[in-house]
Design a protein around this ligand. Structure first.
Ligand code: AMP
Length: 424
């Protein structure tokens, strides 16, 4: 059997590759309109970076990381997410010394050794944005609005929900107090918990709240303790809620939303689409004020998110909102096999490709089959080189969308004639 791709890793063929590129271009445009600038990160980092930043007890690090050892015995990992690398780069290159805010975005593959299923791959693409240096809720709001704007402009307006929660901070009366109340509660119900939660209940009790295992659904249990945020965290979150509607976002509050990672504080969010089945999260993120310091840097607040490109494209397909794949604007054909006509056709194609998508060069076939191909490709205009008109320095421009519209032009005027047909 011929070689096959590895399970969980996929080829992206046209038109999906074109849809992916179009979505990336739209995301870049929106992010740049919000003042984010591109950061290109390496695919491989030290394994330790993710253990430290993402968190030892998270699924991503505990079970899903592709690790490798290089010839020098160093433990490396294929990046499972972008934030740790972005923080490392921020610190390594002293971007904080530029003062003020640093707003960065990244686009690229992430790798997680998860069980492949619909909407879940081992290599998938994320677009992420990180805003460093602004503690004010406006940073959270701006970050969320950039994300929702991307999804809206892509064609998902009104088709997603924004889920929001306040995870509090590390002040003793805030999340630590909640964690210890939750811990007491979990210990009293430990026999019901799934094996995963039992094992990590002491180290990461919050994860039990959104456990997808076979334990009880704690978030639906009224006895489950809820976070009572400190006054500062409450005020911060209230401002987020006050400002978001200015950008047309009406979030749903969801106290069970804890996100998979250890580093989040205060506002966390997830965007979901009910149209794509059980893997319904399109994007997620939140504030992570303590992470940079915990990685040996200064006390810099930050907030960020990542979206899953494949999931967004799935949601667009489910909504019938996919952009039309590109098609040639111009198809160049020759009426008969003749080196003279073929040469003229190539010269014309070189010229026209300066402005349009041009297909053609199916020489050696009848004009009929060339025109059949032009139709199949969905070309808008055909340029046909025929022997007798060519001897008068002319060719034919034919509108393929309105079959009877055709005219002769001099070859010198060809570009203008095509432009006249293509621009109404
Ligand atoms: P996370 O970094 O886990 O918050 O993921 C952010 C987004 O990436 C999710 O909301 C998904 O859209 C997407 N994502 C995460 N894991 C996968 C995966 N294994 N396959 C495809 N998309 C994923």
């Amino acid at each position: 059997m011929a070689a096959q791709s590895v399970k969980g890793f996929k080829d992206i063929l046209p038109p999906e590759s074109e849809r992916t590129a179009a979505f990336e271009a739209l995301s870049r445009r929106v992010l740049e309109a919000f003042g984010f600038r591109e950061l290109r990160l390496p695919t491989v980092e030290s394994q330790e970076l993710f253990v430290k930043a993402t968190g030892e007890t998270t699924d991503i690090v505990e079970k899903e990381m592709f690790v490798l050892t290089d010839a020098g015995g160093r433990h490396l990992a294929l990046r499972p997410e972008g934030t740790p690398g972005a923080v490392r780069a921020f610190l390594q290159h002293n971007l904080n010394l530029q003062g003020g805010r640093t707003k960065l975005y990244y686009v690229g593959s992430m790798f997680r050794a998860e069980r492949p299923q619909a909407g879940r791959f081992r290599e998938f693409e994320q677009i992420g944005a990180e805003a460093f240096g602004n503690a004010h809720p406006s940073a959270d709001v701006e970050s969320i609005l950039a994300l929702t704007r991307i999804l809206d402009e892509a064609g998902l307006k009104g088709r997603t929900t924004v889920h929001l929660n306040n995870l509090g901070c590390e002040r003793p009366e805030c999340r630590p107090a909640f964690r210890s109340r939750l811990l007491d509660f979990l210990r009293s119900t430990v026999s019901d918990l799934c094996d995963n939660c039992k094992r990590r209940v002491d180290r990461n009790p919050l994860r039990a709240l959104d456990c997808k295992g076979d334990g009880p659904r704690l978030k639906e249990d009224p006895k489950t303790p809820r976070l009572e945020p400190c006054a500062e965290c409450r005020a911060h979150f209230d401002t987020v809620l006050t400002l978001l509607p200015a950008g047309g976002v009406a979030p749903q509050l969801d106290s069970s939303l804890v996100r998979g990672l250890d580093y989040y504080t205060r506002t966390v969010f997830e965007i979901r689409s009910s149209a794509i089945g059980s893997q319904d999260a399109l994007a997620g993120g939140g504030r992570y004020d303590g992470l940079i310091k915990s990685m040996g840097g200064p006390d810099v607040p930050a907030t960020g998110w990542a979206l899953g490109v494949e999931r967004v494209l799935m949601a667009l397909a489910a909504a019938g909102a996919q952009p039309r794949p590109p098609h040639p604007d111009v198809y160049v054909a020759v009426q008969a096999e003749s080196p003279e006509l073929e040469k003229a056709a190539f010269t014309a194609m070189q010229l026209l490709r300066g402005s349009w998508r041009v297909e053609g060069a199916l020489f050696g076939h009848s004009l009929k089959s060339q025109m059949r191909e032009a139709d199949r490709l969905g070309a808008s205009v055909a340029v046909i080189f025929g022997q007798s008109e060519f001897s008068e320095g002319k060719c034919t421009v034919k509108d393929l969308r309105e079959k009877d519209l055709q005219s002769q032009t001099t070859i010198a005027e060809l570009e203008r004639a095509v432009r006249n047909r293509l621009t109404p």
